[in-house]
Design a binder for this molecule. Structure first.
Ligand code: FAD
Length: 320
């Protein structure tokens, strides 16, 4: 099953990238139920509405993500930025956490890496303006894409942080370099979201076995919830649906003097929401990554790829 899982995941990553499949999927009624599962809707208003419902119903917070990933012209970059600015303002008006996630490629990395910092700065300033005097957990969260984006993403995050802007960084447990990257962020007193990684990379730079990625996740969680990290004002965000890692997080936190709410769990909309609700009910701080927009296929395809049980679901929808 390990073999099948790997094939399935890499197959779906390829399908997530295919323009032709994307055009088909996003316009097909057969696959539209998949967008309903992993995506809140097409508009910013739909994303905000879902965020309000999650908070009112379950005390679960949100990070809004406008899906516009495969950017290859400046109009799309502008559209993506405007969307993030709009959402930050709306979140502030709605009294919700002003928490938006951004992929560097959405704001122009592939067109010209030098423009990313300026664009990120505009969005981070909009977040800061929308927050008012609330401070706290509000931020522009940098998602982490494939390994070619590691250094540029970290550099932009650090630059924004040095300007005093509210930013946070995603690091991935599948990469061998992450232990060191994390140490540097702990020293900076940053906010870091730890994920396993939704990309594949060769064994010289990455752990490729699930067990090794999980073992590295534990080591990294240990660092994130160490007493040292707490003293530095570091803010840990553990983003996983893996309940063993969640339990390990809580155990480590308590052992080192972190209370619930001094750190947070983050999960994806549509994935194991029962687990998210149970954590929130226990008093843990929980956030869901809430995507919205019309360009939903790449995001949904990766989510489908993470769960082989989705294979049958997808096949049935395509061939029924
Ligand atoms: P897994 O071991 O994959 O899953 C744990 C359990 O959850 C398993 O039982 C599994 O079956 C179940 N599960 C997992 N996914 C699904 C699903 N889709 N449907 C049903 N059950 C499922 N990756 C990046 O590379 N860069 C990012 O910036 C990034 N941001 C993220 C932000 C958030 C908030 C989250 C939660 C994830 C993010 N990811 C990102 C994805 C992450 O890297 C993993 O690919 C993904 O979270 C799956 O790993 P897992 O830790 O949940 O554990």
């Amino acid at each position: 099953s390990g073999m099948f899982r790997k094939l399935w995941q890499s197959g779906m990553i390829a399908l997530a990238r295919s323009r032709r499949v994307r055009n088909f999927a996003q316009h097909s009624r057969a696959t539209s139920f998949l967008s309903g599962k992993y995506v809140s809707g097409e508009t910013p208003a739909a994303g905000i509405k879902r965020a309000q419902e999650l908070l009112a119903g379950n005390g679960i917070r949100s990070s809004l993500f406008y899906m516009g990933e495969y950017v290859d012209d400046w109009d799309l970059v502008t559209q993506n930025i405007d969307n993030k600015l709009d959402v930050a303002a709306r979140l502030g008006q709605a009294g919700l956490d002003v928490h938006v996630s951004v992929d560097p490629t959405q704001i122009g990395h592939h067109l010209d890496p030098d423009v990313v910092a300026g664009h990120a700065e505009r969005i981070a300033k909009a977040v800061q303006a929308a927050v008012g005097n609330k401070g706290g957990v509000n931020c522009l969260m940098f998602d982490m894409e494939d390994a070619s984006l590691n250094d540029p993403t970290i550099a932009v995050h650090n630059r924004m942080q040095d300007m005093g802007l509210p930013v946070a960084l995603t690091l991935q447990a599948y990469l061998r370099r992450t232990r060191q990257d994390l140490q540097a962020q702990i020293a900076r007193g940053s906010r870091v979201r730890l994920v396993k990684g939704a990309f594949a990379a060769p064994p010289d730079i990455a752990f490729t076995k699930r067990a090794d990625i999980k073992a590295n996740s534990r080591a990294l969680i240990g660092d994130m919830l160490s007493q040292q990290a707490r003293e530095n004002g570091f803010y840990p965000i553990i983003a996983t649906h893996d309940t063993a890692l969640q339990d390990f997080t809580i155990e480590t936190a308590r052992a080192n003097g972190w209370a619930a709410g001094d750190y947070e769990f983050e999960m994806l909309l549509g994935v194991r929401e029962d687990v998210a609700k149970a954590l929130a009910a226990k008093g843990e701080r929980v956030r869901l990554y809430v995507p919205f927009g019309r360009d939903w296929w790449p995001h949904a395809a990766r989510r489908i790829g993470e769960n082989p049980a989705n294979a049958m679901l997808l096949m049935r929808s395509l061939f029924s």
